[in-house]
Ligand binder design. Structure first.
Ligand code: SF4
Ligand code: SF4
Length: 302
């Protein structure tokens, strides 16, 4: 364990890279989340109709249909064949996330992510305990249940309670009950279960995780030999379990984070003062064998 372990999370990264450098991907993600939200709101709020619809299903510039494939799947199992344009829209979204990483949707697009990030920030500030931590597969069971209920009830079941859609519709037509859902998720993550909603419950995240199983864009711990065990990447990662196989793998093992749970949020890159992580593609498994900063003889480390 290094002396840096006792520093506040990300402090050395801020000292080395500056505040913007140590929050680069966080700033980019917030910009992206705001961008997608505003694309949908420009029409109803200001009459500028670039995009019509919501994240559930939309039409961009009157020609490009985009459909949430999880909704399309629920519709199919419910016995309702979506319109051709909706199916095409679902295939386009499937293709994009299959390449970029399914859970890129979670970190870069979903409007619930800033809510759960805020809950986690406060949770850490208050020093609260982890609380209830159901198995990671729980969200897969919630997803399977949503599909089963859709099939039995003949309706798109998860959409009746989906906070993503509720928030999107709420911003257009008035938040009302959507505020209650946002507050419930915030309180759940704050006091019931650390990182609980997105990490353990949300079936949309589970679905997009499956979608990104073989995605091309990946995070690599290519410079893992420079890691000094400060644990900052674990502290900020919303899916901590994905890091170890790449960072602490045996010599010769792949440095790529290949778990579909990784959201490609880039926070591990931001907070690492040793620049261990980088974005790359799944075929790039190069490892930079810099000397271990903890064991290398004095003078070898720049
Ligand atoms: S897990 Fe669900 S709520 Fe969380 S960011 Fe992903 S889609 Fe949004
Ligand atoms: S490994 Fe890095 S990019 Fe992946 S979820 Fe964790 S912090 Fe985000």
């Amino acid at each position: 364990m290094s002396a840096r372990t006792r520093m506040p999370v990300g402090l050395e990264a801020r000292q080395k890279k500056g505040w913007i450098g140590a929050n680069r991907y966080l700033l980019l993600r917030r910009t992206s989340q705001l961008f997608f939200l505003m694309l949908f709101l420009l029409g109803p709020w200001f009459g500028i109709w670039i995009v019509q619809g919501t994240l559930a299903g939309s039409l961009t510039l009157g020609v490009l249909p985009l459909t949430d494939p999880f909704i399309a799947l629920q519709s199919l199992v419910a016995g309702h064949l979506p319109a051709t344009s909706a199916l095409v829209g679902a295939l386009i979204v499937l293709g994009v996330y299959a390449v970029l990483g399914g859970r890129v949707y979670c970190s870069w697009v979903c409007p619930i992510n800033p809510v759960t990030d805020a809950a986690h920030w406060l949770h850490v500030k208050l020093g609260l305990s982890k609380g209830w931590q159901p198995k990671r597969q729980t969200r897969l069971w919630v997803m399977a249940t949503a599909l089963l209920v859709s099939a039995l009830a003949g309706t798109v079941a998860w959409e009746l309670v989906n906070p993503v859609t509720m928030v999107h519709r709420g911003l257009v037509f008035g938040m009302g009950a959507a505020w209650g859902m946002v507050a419930a998720i915030f309180v759940f993550d704050l006091v019931v279960s650390r990182r609980g909603w997105c990490g353990h419950v949300c079936p949309v995240g589970a679905f997009y995780g499956l979608l990104g199983h073989k995605s091309v864009v990946r995070i690599s711990a290519a410079q893992r030999s420079a890691c000094d065990d400060c644990m900052d990447c674990y502290a900020v990662c919303p899916e901590q379990q994905v890091i170890s196989p790449a960072l602490k793998g045996k010599p010769g093992s792949s440095p790529l984070i290949l778990s579909p749970d990784c959201t490609n949020c880039g926070r591990c890159i931001d907070v690492c003062a040793m620049d261990v992580f980088n974005f790359t593609h799944r075929f790039d498994d190069r490892v930079d064998d810099r000397p271990d900063p903890l064991t290398a003889p004095a003078g070898r480390i720049a």
